[in-house]
Design a protein around this ligand. Structure first.
Ligand code: SF4
Length: 208
């Protein structure tokens, strides 16, 4: 598989970086909210970030800032959300960040939030390319798969207002799933985390 040159992979805007986030995954996390999303879910909490030009330009300095923020021992991991990290316009830059995080912090976990469906959009190369307006090439699919291989948990699916549930942890509507990506890829079937009702403490190692 041919990797993109890191120099041309930085091309994205972002809305915000939270350096001590406790809402988007277990523990204290660094969260990156990217700009740009084509899903346009009714009731979206972050509709200003639908615009790919919203917020600030993501630069190599931004990446360094995120890596620095991840360094303290009390930071459990990185969450990437938006906006839509898996849009073809954002995916290359997100992948570059994930590669760097995996290299520098192999003990930290990585969560990603996407409006796309794990099986129907991301694992299915034809459907994903068409729906996500990717270029439909092998490279497009390979990039998607490399992002997936970097993840611990993928929270998938659009926000569905009719299934909104404020008691859910780490997700907004009932249809969204917490997918254990490593186990899913290893076993060739979708493995979801247990629901938050079964999460004993939402902290430490107890969330799985
Ligand atoms: S996928 Fe997320 S950011 Fe995009 S419209 Fe839906 S809720 Fe909003």
């Amino acid at each position: 598989m041919q990797q993109k040159e890191s120099e041309d992979a930085v091309s994205m805007n972002y809305a915000e970086i939270k350096k001590t986030d406790v809402a988007n995954g277990p523990g204290i996390r660094v969260s990156l909210f990217v700009s740009g999303c084509t899903h346009r879910c009714r009731g979206c909490f972050n509709s200003e970030a639908w615009d790919f030009d919203y917020g600030q330009e993501y630069t190599e300095e931004t990446e360094r800032e995120i890596l620095q923020a991840l360094a303290p021992d009390y930071i459990r991991g990185l969450s990437v959300l938006g906006g839509e990290p898996m849009e073809p316009e954002n995916r290359g830059t997100v992948l570059r960040l994930l590669r760097a995080v995996r290299k520098q912090f192999p003990g930290k976990d990585i969560w990603c939030y996407t409006g796309y469906g794990y099986e129907k959009d991301l694992l299915c190369r034809g459907t994903f390319s068409e729906q996500a307006k990717g270029d439909g090439t092998e490279a497009d699919y390979a990039e998607t798969m490399e992002v997936l291989r970097m993840l611990d948990v993928l929270v998938d699916g659009e926000f569905v207002e009719g299934q909104k549930n404020l008691s859910l942890a780490f997700r907004g509507s009932e249809n969204q799933r917490l997918i254990d990506v490593q186990a899913s890829l290893r076993q060739g079937e979708t493995i979801c985390r247990r629901t938050e009702k079964l999460f004993p403490a939402l902290s430490g190692e107890a969330y799985g």
